[in-house]
Design a protein around this ligand. Structure first.
Ligand SMILES: Nc1nc2c(c(=O)[nH]1)N=C([C@H](O)[C@H](O)COP(=O)(O)OP(=O)(O)OP(=O)(O)O)CN2
Ligand SMILES: [Zn+2]
Length: 136
């Protein structure tokens, strides 16, 4: 019997959506205010879902304190209060859309969470815009 545990974390970060292969007009047309040259910020809400069997000894799928520590150490420290485009290696050459941020976060966490567990994340960029990876 599989069951899922969730951990919710948050971080604040600045970004600018921009495709260097396009003209300024094209960037403006596609990304609108998200392309403004001086960047803007979001309060990102990150939901991490870990699915697996309940360990009969601990009663846990995974210790959520450990999950929190993993997210803090590998995601929050790396991205919180950063300008994603300027301050992080991950987005120097990758457009920091919600989709790309979610994939980057998942790839980092996948290395840290036991492979016997399934991993899925949901990332809210605004209250109304959010992405899920991997998709169902
Ligand atoms: N597929 C994607 N579409 C959009 C992304 C994205 O990352 N992937 N990002 C943006 C903007 O960066 C931002 O998320 C939108 O900001 P905003 O328009 O302010 O969104 P709100 O939900 O706060 O505002 P509403 O007034 O409710 O629209 C755009 N698209
Ligand atoms: Zn934005």
């Amino acid at each position: 019997m599989k069951i899922s545990v969730y951990r919710k974390e948050h971080f604040n970060a600045a970004h600018r959506l921009h495709n260097p292969a396009w003209s300024d007009d094209q960037n403006q047309k596609i990304y609108g205010k998200c392309n403004l040259p001086n960047y803007h910020g979001h309060n990102y809400e990150l939901f991490v879902k870990v699915t697996g069997e309940i360990d009969p000894e601990t009663g846990y799928v995974m210790d959520m304190k450990l999950l929190s520590d993993i997210i803090q150490e590998n995601i929050i420290k790396r991205f919180d209060h950063k300008n994603l485009n300027l301050d992080t290696d991950e987005f120097k050459n990758l457009n920091p859309t919600a989709e790309n941020i979610a994939v980057v976060i998942w790839n980092i966490l996948r290395e840290k969470v036991d492979k016997k567990h399934d991993l899925k994340i949901k990332l809210y960029e605004t209250e109304r815009n959010f992405v899920e990876y991997p998709a169902d």
